[in-house]
Structures are given as C-alpha cells and as structure tokens.
Design a protein around this ligand. Structure first.
Ligand SMILES: Nc1nc2c(c(=O)[nH]1)N[C@H]1C(S)=C(S)[C@@H](COP(=O)(O)OP(=O)(O)OC[C@H]3O[C@@H](n4cnc5c(=O)[nH]c(N)nc54)[C@H](O)[C@@H]3O)O[C@H]1N2
Ligand SMILES: Nc1nc2c(c(=O)[nH]1)N[C@H]1C(S)=C(S)[C@@H](COP(=O)(O)OP(=O)(O)OC[C@H]3O[C@@H](n4cnc5c(=O)[nH]c(N)nc54)[C@H](O)[C@@H]3O)O[C@H]1N2
Ligand code: SF4
Ligand SMILES: [Mo]
Length: 728
C-alpha cells in the first residue's frame, strides 16, 4: 500500500502568493466559523482558510467558506452605482449617492406626512453587522419613528425567540457546541445539520468518534443526519408538538422527571402535567406517525440520560405551531433538569450568520439589548441614552414582516425600505408578493447585488458593500460574538450599510441631533455601555480581545473577560420576574393544508449544502453553483412510477397558489406522499407555498402545504423554461 501511495502524484497546494491573512467570521450560516482571507502582493483576496486555533471550527470550513474570497472577485450582478427611476416600469438610471438618498428621505417624509408615521415600513435581515443593526434600529426607532420595522428573521428564527421568551422570560440560546462533549443523549428536531451547519455537525461527529451516546433525529425525510443517527423518527409533517407532549407523558408516567428541579426552578407544572396526560403514546402515534414503542423508548432514553440535550432548526420553527414546538422542547428539558448544565440544554440552531445580532441589537422587536417597548423603564433608558424624548417611542411593538406585506396589500402601508432581504424569492406565494410590491408608492432596495429579483419593483436601489468589505461583529448560534476585519474596499461605488444608515439619518432634522458614530468600533462602544450588568453583557469585549480569543460568548464583563460564558441559566435563575421558568400546557390543533385527492402530496422545502438562500452569492461562485444549478425536487421512486415520471425528467407541480416546473430526482429520502424542493431558486417552490402563520411568532409554515404533480409531455419546452429560471 505504502509503495502504491508513493507512486501517486503528491497533492500540490497551489501557491496563491498570499502575503497577508486578515481575520474574519464566515458570512453565510450561523455556525460562526473563524476564517482568514489571504491577500496577494496586489492586495487582492485570493484565498480563504479556517483559523486553526478558533474553538468553533478548529481550522475547518465547509464548501461555502472555502470559496468565500471569490465573493470579492466574482462581481457579476453586484451593485455598483445607486439607481433611480420615477416609475417601476421605467428604466433605471445611475445617479449620485446624494440624489438617491435625498429621493429616499423625501419619500419617507412625504409618505409619513400624508399617511402617518407607520405608513412607511422598514424590513431588514440577519446578514449585516451587529453595529449596522444597532444603527438601523436607532434610525428606525429614534429618527424615522416607524413602528412597522422588522427583519427577515420572522421567516427564520422568530418561533425560537418567541418560545425562549415564553419559557425563560428572555431570548438567548442557553447552550453551546461544547455541550456535545458532555451529553449522554442528543435529540434533534427538523435540522439537517450536515448540510446546513456542516461544521457544527463535524464538532458533533468528532465527539461521537470518541464516545458513544444516542443521537435521535426527528425529520420526515431521511436526511444525511437521519441516516447517521441511532434512531430516526420519520414524523408526520407538522406534528412535532404531539410527539413532544407524548414524550413528556411517558417521562411523567414513569417517574423519570427531575422533581427537585421542577419544584425549585419552574412554575406551571400542574397545568402542564394535566395536559400531557391526554397525550398517551397510543393516541399520539395515530397523529404523529411514530409508533408507541418508539415513543416510549425515546422518552426512556432521554429521561434516563445523565445529561440530555435538544437541538432544532426550521422543521420546528417554520410551522403553524413553531413557537409551541419550541416551548415544548423547553418543557422537555425543564422537566428533566436539562437547562444550563454541561450536555443538558435546549439549543436552537440559528440560521443566518448574524440572525443573533439582529435579535440582540436591531430594535426590530423592541429596543436594543433585549429591551422591550412595552417596558416603561426600558423606553426611558434608551430615550435618555440616545438623547430623545421618551414619548417618541410606541408602547407596543408593531407589525412583523409577514404582516407588513399584507398591510401593503390593504393600503395601510405605502412605502418600504428593504435591507438585505429578497422576499420575491424567499416569501411564500410569490405571485401575491409581486402584486403587493407593485402597490407601493415607494420601494427602496438596499442590497449588495443589483440583480436581486425584488429590485425589479424598486424606485431606488442603494448598492451595499458585502461581508468583509466592511468591519463589525456577528453573533453565532452559541452566543459567540466574533469579528470581521475589513479585508478589502467596497465594490465599485457601493457603500457600507453603516455609512448608508448614517447618511440617511443626517437627512433628517431629528437625525442631526442624535449621535451616530462613524466607525463600527465607535458603535460597538455604545453596545458595551448599553449591555453592562445585563444578561446580554458585552462590556468585557473589545475588538482586539474578540480577535485574540477567536470570538467571545456573552455574557462577558470585565470579571470573566476574555473567556465570556459558555452557558445561560446554570444557576436555575430565569428572566421571568419571579426568577422561574414556565412550564406551559400546549394543546395541539391540526390546522395545516393537508394532502387530499386533488392535491395528494405534502410539499416540504429547505436547503442544500452548496447554496445559500436565494443564491445572490452562491449562484455566482463556480464551485457552489456547479453542483446544483437547476431547480429540482426529491421524489419517492414509487410515487414517480405511479405517475409515469422518470428520474431526471421534468414535472409540473400545482398548488392552490400556482405552479412550478422542476427536474425530478428519484430518491427514497422522501416518503411516498411527500416531495422536497430546495427553496434557493427563483420562480420555484415559493410560487406554490402557502406559509400559514404561527399565532405567536408570525413565522410562516414553509414546510407544509399540498400539491399535485404531473409528468410533462414536452420535456424540451420544460428545459427552456428551466434555463430561463437558471439565468437570473
Ligand atoms: N448550505 C446552507 N446552509 C444554511 C442555509 C442555506 O441556505 N444553505 N441557510 C441558513 C439558515 S438562514 C437557516 S434558517 C438554516 C436552516 O437549517 P435547517 O432547518 O437544518 O434546514 P432546512 O433544510 O430548511 O430544514 C431542515 C429539515 O426540516 C425538515 N422538516 C420538514 N418538516 C418537518 C416537520 O414537520 N418536523 C420536523 N421535525 N422536521 C421537518 C425537513 O425535511 C428538513 O430536512 O440553515 C442555515 N444554513
Ligand atoms: N420555501 C421556503 N422559503 C423559505 C425558507 C424555506 O425553508 N422554505 N426559509 C426561510 C428562511 S429560514 C430565511 S432566513 C429566508 C431568507 O430569505 P432572504 O433574506 O430573502 O434571502 P437571502 O437570499 O439571504 O437575501 C439576503 C439578501 O441580502 C443581500 N446581502 C448579503 N450581504 C449583504 C450586506 O452585507 N448588505 C446588504 N445590504 N445586502 C447584503 C444578498 O445579496 C441577498 O439579496 O428565506 C425563507 N424562505
Ligand atoms: S459551516 Fe457555516 S459558518 Fe462555517 S464555513 Fe460553512 S457556511 Fe461558513
Ligand atoms: Mo433562516
């Protein structure tokens, strides 16, 4: 063997001529990998590498991170100059920043004057820097003064936020990746970790190679995670709450709960116990599709484990009972005493690179630093800090993103500013979104890419710098604040989002009276001040400390700097006023659009490893795009055979909203009555989706609706249509 190896060509690593490596944090998923971008002698970014001594990724990167420097070189579709036009149907013309900003601020003022302050709306993202989020919040809440200000995190994390608040009294994932090292059982709900958070998965696999403990995956698809699990529970779509109530039922019935913990640290046990009594495994099995024995087995494994942890992602959050699903996971961990201890936690796996940053600091759902508009003291403190009158703040949060769009349809909202989000591809029922955007008197799109579909409906386009063309922080899934150093100049005449927000502020009389620091580091000082002594504490962090430590987990004050804190609630004290966590009774109502004779298939949607969201970035990076350039769906081969559909042929899907054409990939990964489509492609799955909203979090149930499927006779015509979709 050894001889054979010697004869092979040795692996050659191309010399890219890197002269300097700059520190950053990956700008795709919320894993938060530390990355270095290599600059050559001409200061061009030519390579990316994982940072070896970073605890999160220990030198590793996934396929997206490995090619992240290409973002700076593959500039197709990037925004270069600000664009302007009077009507949607006119051609854009290039303009100066001053004219674009003047037009934008004039329109904000006009709309607010004519229709009221809340008639102008702002929707942002989970993908800009924390300092930019905070600045946008100051602008939206303190200067523009609209209460209809939200982010795309409503499409993504709002069920987790809502569930954490209901259970623990505050948002904030209590656990960390290190919990894998200590756990005796891992239960994962609706999360495809190997594809969506590959480096978190790698951390888990590292531990599993050293030590055996049960990994249980709940997902209607046989994902790679499910394949590598010890137990896979192929749950009926949208019924996780039933399974969770049944697990709690068995745990209480068999006395596996931690009564001392329940007594000392929770409220609401009686009501909760009474409700789960109704969820015996036999009845539950009929709804959630997991048999009685398996439910009992999993409950026993979880209840008997010394430390047990649950993780979840969109299979839970994107559901009509998303918030309840999160609370049910928290219930399970509270009754077994598995919160805030090594290996025992309730850890929401976050989505976008800085979905946490917006939750913490953007003021979307309230005021900065996990403060609430509904709290008198919080309004007073922030008004004082910003130097504005307290009465300027509303006393209740306004609409969520998913209510803002219908309010435009209804004529209540007339103007919209979109920052780093692309609803024409990512929201449910895109034909309806199109009509809605067309109704706007004024739409401004601020994006790194000018070719985002949503920009077709705008009056002004503001080209933004992307990722490490800027400087600032992201917070990852385990509350780790990490730094992005500025690697290169913004593309063309694009500007950092921070610069744009500051300029917009200066066009308002109120904005000129408030201090808007010019640099990200200047803004960071405000975050430190505003968080001192709170659970969300940044006061012990500085940019240099963050870089040296490869990220710091909050809370971090001067006493525990630079390490910060791995876990929350280790002392059993929660953020509700009485210091206890809530156990909440959660009845299940089946309110999904279920398959029937006319629309016999469940439509499930999600992601693949090589693409990120609406592909504005990964659609341009060669190595990412070549793996899956075309819209496709996973379909069970037996179901395909029934309909006369062949592998690699095209099929048409129809729902009550619209239709879409995709290529068929026959695979046993999906059950016979379900298809799965990655949502990355324009004019595809979201033409079909329904997106019913969760009552607490207003998050859409993207993962469930009903479709019919037919073979397409003219495969060539389908291929042409498909090429058009691919060319975006
Ligand atoms: N490569 C890549 N990575 C990403 C992203 C990306 O676009 N590309 N996006 C990032 C973002 S913003 C997010 S939010 C995360 C999402 O990360 P994930 O949530 O892990 O990814 P999804 O593919 O959306 O959905 C996960 C699984 O939920 C399952 N599911 C569907 N219905 C149900 C159900 O009723 N119950 C249960 N238990 N499971 C169900 C689906 O079958 C799917 O396998 O990924 C992040 N990471
Ligand atoms: N059917 C279905 N639909 C879904 C989902 C699903 O699972 N199924 N998942 C949902 C989820 S979890 C999410 S998070 C959403 C995501 O939905 P979107 O937020 O609409 O998707 P992105 O493509 O990430 O859009 C982000 C935009 O920000 C731009 N951008 C990137 N960096 C910067 C920057 O630094 N500054 C500025 N100004 N712009 C920047 C990008 O070019 C891109 O246009 O999609 C949701 N939609
Ligand atoms: S796992 Fe996520 S954070 Fe890490 S390199 Fe991949 S996309 Fe980036
Ligand atoms: Mo997301």
């Amino acid at each position: 063997m050894l001889f054979g190896r010697k004869k092979k060509n040795p692996i050659k690593i191309a010399d890219k001529g890197v002269r300097e490596w700059r520190y950053a944090t990956c700008g795709y998923c919320s894993t938060g990998c530390s990355i270095e971008v290599g600059l050559n002698a001409d200061n061009e970014p030519v390579a990316s590498r994982g940072v070896a001594d970073a605890d999160v990724n220990r030198g590793k990167l996934c396929i997206k991170g490995m090619f992240e420097h290409e973002l700076f070189r593959k500039t197709a579709g990037r925004g270069n100059k600000p664009l302007i036009r009077d009507n949607r149907w006119d051609e854009f013309r290039e303009t100066s920043w001053n004219e674009a900003l003047e037009k934008t601020t004039d329109e904000i003022k006009r709309i607010q004057q004519d229709y009221g302050r809340d008639a102008f709306s702002i929707v942002s993202t989970g993908q800009i820097m924390t300092e930019e989020f905070y600045t946008l919040g100051k602008l939206a809440r303190g200067v523009v003064g609209t209460n209809n200000y939200d982010g795309n995190t409503t499409l993504c994390m709002s069920s987790a936020v809502s569930g954490y608040k209901r259970s623990f009294g505050s948002d904030g994932p209590p656990g960390c990746y290190d919990d894998f090292e200590h756990t005796d059982c891992l239960l994962a709900f609706g999360s495809n970790l190997p594809e969506q958070h590959p480096i978190i998965y790698w951390r888990l696999q590292e531990v599993r190679e050293k030590r055996k403990f049960p990994v249980i995956v709940v997902d209607p698809r046989v994902t790679m995670f499910a394949q590598n699990a010890d137990i896979h529970l192929p749950i009926s779509p949208g019924t996780d709450l039933v399974l969770l109530n049944a697990l709690a039922h068995v745990i209480l019935e068999e006395g596996l709960q931690d009564s001392a913990y329940i007594e000392a640290h929770t409220d609401g046990y009686e009501g909760f116990a009474k409700l789960v009594e109704q969820y015996d495994p036999v009845s539950a099995a009929r709804i959630c599709g997991i048999d009685e024995d398996t439910i009992r087995n999993v409950a026993r494994v979880y209840g008997n484990a010394g430390a047990a942890m649950s993780i979840w992602t969109m299979g839970i959050n994107q559901s009509t009972h998303g918030s309840d699903g999160v609370v049910a996971i928290n219930n399970l961990n509270l009754i077994t005493g598995n919160i805030g201890k090594p290996g025992g936690t309730s850890l929401s796996i976050t989505g976008q690179c800085n979905a946490m940053g917006t939750r913490e600091w953007s003021s979307c759902s309230g005021l900065p630093g996990y403060r609430a508009l509904e709290n008198d003291q919080d309004r007073k403190d922030i008004a004082e800090f910003w130097g504005i009158e307290e009465e300027f703040f509303p006393q209740k949060r306004g609409m969520f993103m998913t209510d803002i769009l219908p309010a435009i349809e209804a004529g209540q909202i007339k103007g919209l500013w979109l920052v780093a989000t692309n609803p024409m591809t990512s929201m449910a029922n895109t034909q309806r979104i199109r009509k809605t955007l067309e109704k706007l008197e004024f739409l401004v799109v601020q994006d790194a890419y000018g070719d985002v579909e949503t920009n077709e409906y705008s009056h002004v386009f503001l080209p933004a710098a992307v990722w490490a063309e800027k400087e600032g922080c992201f917070t990852n899934t385990e509350r780790r604040v990490n730094l992005i150093r500025n690697v290169c100049e913004p593309h063309g005449d694009s500007k950092t989002d921070l610069w744009i927000f500051n300029e917009v502020a200066s066009h308002f009389e109120r904005g000129r009276k408030i201090n808007f620091p010019e640099t990200a580091e200047g803004v960071f000082e405000e975050l430190r001040d505003l968080s001192r002594g709170r659970m969300l504490d940044y006061s012990g962090m500085t940019y240099d400390r963050i870089e040296a430590n490869r990220g710091i987990q909050w809370p971090c004050n001067e006493d525990n700097a630079p390490e910060g804190s791995q876990r929350l609630y280790s002392d059993g004290k929660f953020q509700h006023t009485n210091g206890k966590a809530q156990l909440i009774a959660l009845p299940f109502f089946d309110n999904n659009e279920c398959p029937d004779e006319e629309y016999p298939f469940w439509l499930n949607s999600g992601r693949v490893v090589e693409h990120f969201h609406t592909r504005t970035r990964t659609g341009k990076v060669g190595n990412g795009n070549k793996f899956s350039p075309t819209p496709y769906m996973e379909m069970n081969p037996d179901a395909a055979a029934d309909l006369g559909i062949e592998h690699s042929s095209y099929a048409r899907l129809t729902s009550r909203r619209g239709d879409a054409v995709v290529m068929v990939q026959c695979t046993q990964r999906v059950p016979r009555d379900m298809v799965f489509i990655p949502f990355h492609y324009h004019e595809c799955v979201n033409r079909l989706s329904l997106g019913l909203l969760d009552p607490h979090s207003r998050q859409p149930a993207y993962k469930q609706c009903a479709v019919s499927i037919e073979a397409i006779a003219d495969q060539n015509a389908a291929a042409v249509r498909n090429l058009a979709a691919r060319a975006f």
